[in-house]
Design a protein around this ligand. Structure first.
Ligand SMILES: Cc1cc2nc3c(=O)[nH]c(=O)nc-3n(C[C@H](O)[C@H](O)[C@H](O)COP(=O)(O)OP(=O)(O)OC[C@H]3O[C@@H](n4cnc5c(N)ncnc54)[C@H](O)[C@@H]3O)c2cc1C
Length: 633
């Protein structure tokens, strides 16, 4: 179309005809560096100070882990002036450079801010990774994984929460949690600000859309329309199924982590104490009363004990919270006994592990230079970097190159527009990334690819292209986390058990076929596209495009999209698999709750960061209510 052509030309003119070594560009670059240094100084001055509590000190609430959930919860609890809150985090401060959207994956290389978990080696999945083991990055920094994440902002579908409620989790239906989704956000997308039914405008988490897009993103949306899917203005509003530009937790071109959203504004509160580079070893439980009374943590090589007058709340994430519960005696009794841990309660901690898998093998090259390209965007004499440094605009504002998403239901492809009527919600998400994964070293490195697979991808270095990656939204497979030692410093074993259920394989293949059919539409065929290699080691023996062929490639280069959850399952007390009840209280121990991704009884649709903010917002209100503070803060 004409508008598409216009945007092609504009893009081409800005980024490809720029005189590469002009003095103006050098000057702009210098000014840009000064500009971002100044902004970073300002950012650091907003960081909450690190305080070390004295041995034996007592707080009202102790929150463990300052990630998406922990930062949210601690900030909300500290709104009660008469209570003292301690937030304990194993990592250190965040800085502004961690918030540059395009280069988000680079953060995973940094040992200081990434726990760098590895999944247990498997013969059934992650076959294209070294040792058949996929990486599992997790944030170890103020803001936790919200500092490493790709800033995609989704709420999940209403059915997700209605289903939680159907499972007996009273108070978690969509009608109940909608107010927290609204409370937590400030929607900065102008067209959506007036939708007061669904969107909030006063919350700490800013949500926006990049003003820069590659022309291929528009073609992706057009392609969806051609196949009969609706274009959805706001997948976080009334309807989710369809094709949309992505919404992001970004303000002024930089990341909105939970730290920035919740802790920066709370930095001057005298009743909020944050202690950094402090690793909690276990929760202290008074065994006569079965009551959590405090925690033990290590900081600067010294062990310290602090006490909680009211509650300890674990927000250490899916891995951290399950590990801490087990180290404190709450978990599978047999395993705990084997490790010499005294059992407080035999519980299903570590089971019910769920994750979203992403097939990263579908990429197309494009002849014209219309998408992002690693060696161009890192060239300091092109406008990419200076646009970002001076104006926080341009391609650097696109997180990881992800520009558009589609939520679809593969069961109803003949009448896609009506999928919503079936009330079953999306079972696949497609992510459009205007960058060729194979074009740089970063994705192969963070994915831990085997050299044979790397070599296949390396053929495309220097090419332009894009990816369409299907994600299975409602996997049936369940994995687990097992404690390997009575020691917080020994990482637990993580078995994601991807594609254990054949239904998940079928759904992923259906997603792949829809992704391929999108590229066969007129909108996409207007460009000179070639499918990049999809033949991976071990899969040559299968007929191309057969189900067996796709199953082989899925099991070879499927990656996590980093959404692990569910290991401290929320469920009614009578359910033997329940770890916390619907008030998030650990069953069998008083004064102890879990509030983070681990409590999800079933994985939600889309990307969970906003869902976890919501969980923490609701947890804060439940805690305030129980202690009689709901109307005093
Ligand atoms: C690379 C990556 C990309 C992602 N992309 C997206 C995305 O685009 N959109 C989206 O919605 N979601 C995304 N996610 C997922 C999302 O960010 C996480 O699900 C979410 O941040 C988890 O929140 P949480 O509070 O449960 O845990 P976390 O945010 O991980 O917080 C746990 C905190 O506890 C601390 N901790 C753990 N153990 C201890 C201990 N023993 N003592 C003290 N502190 C401890 C950790 O250091 C960490 O700060 C991504 C995640 C990753 C890693």
């Amino acid at each position: 179309t004409d508008s598409l052509r216009e945007s092609v030309d504009r893009y081409y003119n800005i980024y490809h005809n720029a005189s590469t070594l002009s003095w103006t560009n050098k000057l702009k670059l210098g000014l840009g560096v000064l500009n971002i240094r100044r902004d970073n100084q300002r950012f650091l001055s907003e960081e909450i100070p690190d305080r070390t509590p004295r041995f034996g000190f007592t707080f009202d609430f102790i929150v463990v882990g300052a990630g998406t959930a922990g930062a949210t919860l601690a900030a909300r609890l500290s709104e009660i002036p008469q209570v003292k809150v301690l937030l304990i985090e194993a990592g250190s401060h965040e800085n502004l450079l961690m918030g540059v959207p395009l280069v988000a994956p680079f953060l995973q290389l940094d040992d200081n801010i990434n726990w760098k978990y590895r999944m247990k080696s498997s013969k059934k999945y992650c076959l294209g990774m070294k040792d058949n083991s996929c990486s599992m990055p997790r944030g170890k920094v103020l803001g936790g994984s919200s500092v490493l994440n790709y800033m995609i902002a989704t709420r999940g579908s209403a059915e997700d929460y209605d289903r939680w409620a159907e499972m007996g989790n009273d108070g978690w239906a969509y009608k109940d949690v909608l107010k927290y989704f609204k409370k937590l956000e400030s929607i900065d997308i102008p067209e959506l600000r007036s939708d007061s039914l669904y969107r909030g405008t006063d919350g700490p988490v800013h949500i926006s859309q990049s003003t820069f897009r590659t022309p291929l993103a528009a073609a992706f949306l057009e392609a969806g329309k051609e196949l009969g899917y609706p274009l959805v203005m706001d997948y976080n509003g009334k309807d989710m199924i369809g094709f949309s530009y992505v919404q992001n937790t970004i303000v002024n071109g930089t990341r909105v982590s939970s730290n920035r959203a919740y802790l920066h504004p709370a930095r001057d509160r005298k009743n909020l104490h944050v202690t950094l580079e402090a690793t909690v070893k276990r929760v202290l439980i008074d065994r006569r009363e079965n009551q959590a009374i405090g925690v033990e943590f290590t900081k600067n090589g010294r062990d310290t004990i602090v006490y909680a007058r009211k509650e300890v709340i674990l927000c250490a994430g899916t891995i951290g919270s399950s590990q801490l519960l087990m180290l404190s005696g709450i978990g599978p009794a047999k395993r705990l006994t084997e490790l010499g841990i005294k059992v407080v309660r035999d519980a299903s901690v570590g089971k019910n592990l769920m994750d979203h898998t992403l097939y990263v093998g579908l990429a197309w090259t494009i002849k014209e230079p219309l998408t992002l390209h690693f060696f161009e965007y890192i060239n300091p004499f092109k406008s990419y970097i200076t646009d970002y440094l001076l104006k926080r605009s341009g391609p650097f504002t696109i997180p990881c190159g992800i520009e558009a998403v589609a939520f679809i239901n593969t069961i109803n492809t003949t009448r896609p527009r009506e999928s919503n009527d079936l009330n079953i919600g999306p079972n696949v998400e497609l992510i459009f990334t205007g960058i060729l994964p194979n074009g740089d070293f970063i994705l192969p490195t963070v994915m831990n690819l085997k050299s044979q697979v790397r070599q296949i991808w390396e053929k495309y270095i220097g090419s332009y292209g894009f990816m369409i990656s299907p994600i299975v939204m409602k996997p049936k497979s369940r994995g687990w986390i097992t404690l390997l030692a009575n020691d917080i410093n020994v990482k637990p074993e993580i078995v994601p058990n991807y594609f254990d259920d054949p239904e998940d394989v079928k759904t992923m293949i259906a997603g792949i076929r829809i992704a391929i059919s999108l590229v066969q539409t007129k909108a996409m065929q207007a460009f000179d596209l070639r499918m990049a290699n999809v033949m991976y080691p071990g899969c040559e023996k299968y007929e191309y495009d057969s189900d067996a062929f796709w199953e082989c490639t899925i099991r070879t280069i499927t990656n996590t999209i980093y959404h692990i959850c569910g290991t401290c399952k929320m469920s009614p007390r009578e359910d033997p698999t329940a770890v916390v009840d619907p008030r998030l209280k650990v069953i069998g121990v008083r004064g102890l709750r879990v509030a983070d991704a681990s409590i999800m009884p079933e994985i939600t649709t889309g990307h969970p960061n906003i869902h976890i903010h919501m969980i923490a917002e609701k947890a804060a209100d439940m805690i305030k209510e129980e202690w009689g503070y709901l109307n005093t803060s």
